[in-house]
Every structure is written in structure tokens, then in C-alpha cells.
Write a protein that binds this ligand. Structure first.
Ligand SMILES: NC(=O)c1ccc[n+]([C@@H]2O[C@H](COP(=O)([O-])OP(=O)(O)OC[C@H]3O[C@@H](n4cnc5c(N)ncnc54)[C@H](OP(=O)(O)O)[C@@H]3O)[C@@H](O)[C@H]2O)c1
Length: 329
């Protein structure tokens, strides 16, 4: 496949439910779908497939083709399209999606393989040259900066045991870590991995059920929430967090932002949600912005090189050069 045939449809917003036809197209290996909590991306190739897929993605805000599509995927994988610029979670999500799609052995999977291999190499290169030492480029490192001083007394309560909780947990530094999750078994598994990593760190799993979780909310110094908002439980959680305690730290809720109904959490002391976190980040220093801008430029340059034949298996064509012209102009 030539780079000019690569296509990316992008919905730059949370899409809760995938259209059924798109689920089928992904299952049949006709579309490579990357679905995260912040966006939906559909990778395909050839005009025909775009004609079939675009009506399925009504929410698509952008369509990229050729070198522009590659540059977009590279920016995405480097975390440069994320609301937390430069974050690394998205690369893990992309890799997971690709491994599952590649296993389908569909024609599209075979066509995309050389591009994905180049992409993962380019991500490594851009990250190591332009994004290393970026600071607070993961939710975990950002959360650590916002919580009280290390060694402060009192446990940190982590709500959730999914992907975000897994990446945040190692960064939490209270005297003790408590984990509460809807599925206690998943919390036990996460606790097991954390104990393996750091045997000296006390990690306790809160038994499942609202009562035990709320008791933990009342006793914790800091709380970090890595689950979506819960209409049934959030009022009780906010009330438990308002209860007086020996040492009150920070409540960081990564599952909600300002776009939803915040009334459940009205008056919750020392609370930051995702929007507040992103706002703090925007105030970050010039150095970080300059680093991100250099990484963005590197993504464009990489896609130009790929279009010029630096793909390991494909030569470039005149159409790619037209794509390059549109990228630089
Ligand atoms: N991943 C990211 O990079 C990222 C970035 C910013 C914000 N977020 C937000 O963080 C939250 C978790 O994301 P994730 O990526 O960790 O997802 P995930 O891997 O799917 O894990 C979801 C977590 O939420 C819990 N959960 C889901 N629905 C629930 C419900 N109705 N009641 C109680 N618990 C429920 C799950 O519990 P079980 O284990 O019992 O299923 C699990 O702990 C989401 O709101 C997401 O929008 C994620």
C-alpha cells in the first residue's frame, strides 16, 4: 500500500457507543478502530473504504489522507493530540488496539503493518529526542505533583483498578495505599502487582460494596478517583469526603470534568477535576510549550520522510509528493 492511500477519520470527542456497523467493520478487519475515552479514530485505506466508513462516523471532525494521516497518527501516538499533551497512556492504548487488530490477519491489517511498524519506531525517536524530561507528561506524575508532600501521614485512597488507576497507582506516595474498586478481584490483582514492584509499600484492598468504600473516603488523607462519575454514589462520596478528618489532603477526580453535572460534588473541599487539572497544566512553563512545538514539527518531518520513501517496504509516488506539498504549504 502507498502512503497516499492511508486514511484516518477522527472524532475529537468521547463517543460512548460505537455504531453497530463500525463494530462489524472492525470485527471483519475492514477498519482499524482506536477508541479511547477522549476520541474515536478509524484507520483504513482506499477511497472505497472511506466511502463506506465515513457515514458510520457521523461525529467525525477530521479526515486525514496520505502523509497528513501518518502525521496525525504520529502526533496521536506521541500524546500530542491529548488533552494532557505529551502523555504516554495513549501509546499503550494504541499498541493494545493494534495488537488485537493485527491478530485478525485481515488484508487491511497486512497493508497497515509496515506503516504501524514505522510509526512505533518514529514515536520512540520523537519521544526520546523531543519529549524526554517533559515533566508531568503522565496522569500519575501530574497527580503526584498535586498531592501533599511525600511522607505526610494518612492513607491515599485510589478508586478504580482500570487502566488509568494502574498507571497512577505507582506515583501515589502516602504512608499507605488503599484501593477500592467495583470488582474487588481486579483491585486485588492491581494490589498484587504493586506489592511485587515495591514489597515495602503497604497496600490494602477495601472490600467491595458502598459502605466499606464510603468508610475509606471518611478516613483517607487524599483520594484519587479513576472511575467515571456515578449518579447513584457520588452524593454519598462527596458527603463522606466533607467529613472532618485528622489530615485533609486533596481529592483528584480524573473521571469527571466541567462538561457534566457537577452538582453532586458542589462544596467538596480541596477537589480538582480533569478540567481543573488541564487548566493548571496550561499555566505550565514556556519550556514545556517549546518542547511540544519541536515534537509537533518532528512528527510532520517524519511523515514527510516516510512519504519520500523512508517506508521500509514501499517506494514513493508522485501522489505522495503532492501530499507532501499540501503538508508543508
Ligand atoms: N485512560 C486514560 O488515559 C484516562 C485519561 C483521563 C481520564 N480518564 C477517565 O478515567 C476513568 C477510568 O478510565 P480507564 O481508562 O481506567 O478505564 P478502564 O480501564 O475501562 O477502567 C474503568 C474503571 O472504572 C470502573 N468502572 C467503570 N464503570 C463503573 C461503574 N458504573 N461503577 C463503578 N465502577 C465503574 C471499573 O471498575 P471494574 O474494574 O469493576 O470494571 C474500572 O476500575 C474514565 O472515566 C475515563 O474517562 C481516563
Amino acid at each position: 500500500m502507498m502512503l497516499r492511500e492511508l486514511q484516518v477519520l477522527h472524532a475529537d470527542q468521547a463517543v460512548a457507543q460505537l455504531p453497530e456497523a463500525l463494530v462489524h467493520a472492525a470485527a471483519d478487519g475492514r477498519a482499524f478502530v482506536i477508541h479511547t475515552c477522549q476520541r474515536l479514530v478509524v484507520v483504513s485505506c482506499g477511497r472505497e473504504s472511506r466511502d463506506v466508513l465515513s457515514p458510520l462516523l457521523e461525529a467525525a471532525t477530521e479526515v486525514h489522507e496520505g502523509p497528513r494521516a501518518y502525521a496525525f497518527l504520529l502526533r496521536l501516538a506521541c500524546g500530542l493530540e491529548s488533552r494532557l499533551p505529551g502523555e504516554t497512556e495513549v501509546l499503550g492504548q494504541l499498541k493494545q488496539c493494534w495488537v488485537a487488530f493485527e491478530a485478525s490477519r485481515s488484508l487491511l491489517a497486512q497493508q497497515l503493518r509496515p506503516f504501524m511498524q514505522s510509526l512505533f519506531r518514529d514515536v520512540k525517536d520523537v519521544r526520546s529526542r523531543f519529549l524526554s524530561g517533559l515533566g508531568s507528561a503522565s496522569y500519575g506524575s501530574l497527580v503526584r505533583r498535586l498531592l501533599d508532600a511525600p511522607g505526610a501521614p494518612g492513607p491515599v485512597l485510589l478508586i478504580g483498578a482500570g487502566q488509568l488507576a494502574e498507571s497512577v497507582a505507582p506515583w501515589l506516595r502516602g504512608s499507605e495505599l488503599w484501593i477500592a474498586n467495583r470488582s474487588e478481584q481486579r483491585a486485588q490483582q492491581l494490589a498484587g502487582r504493586l506489592r511485587q514492584r515495591n514489597p515495602d509499600r503497604p497496600v490494602r484492598v477495601i472490600e467491595s460494596g458502598a459502605e466499606a468504600e464510603l468508610a475509606a473516603w471518611r478516613a483517607a488523607r487524599d483520594v484519587v478517583v479513576c472511575v467515571p462519575g456515578d449518579a447513584a454514589l457520588d452524593v454519598a462520596r462527596a458527603q463522606a469526603w466533607r467529613a472532618p478528618r485528622a489530615q485533609r489532603g486533596q481529592l483528584i477526580h480524573l473521571g469527571i470534568d466541567d462538561s457534566g453535572d457537577a452538582s453532586d460534588w458542589a462544596g467538596a473541599p480541596a477537589m480538582l477535576n480533569l478540567s481543573a487539572l488541564y487548566a493548571l497544566l496550561r499555566q505550565h512553563d514556556e519550556l514545556r510549550r517549546a518542547q511540544l512545538a519541536r515534537a509537533e514539527r518532528a512528527c510532520t518531518e517524519r511523515s514527510l520522510l516516510r512519504a519520500l520513501g523512508h517506508s521500509d517496504s514501499e517506494p514513493h509516488g508522485w501522489e505522495d509528493l503532492v501530499g507532501i506539498h499540501s503538508l508543508v504549504s
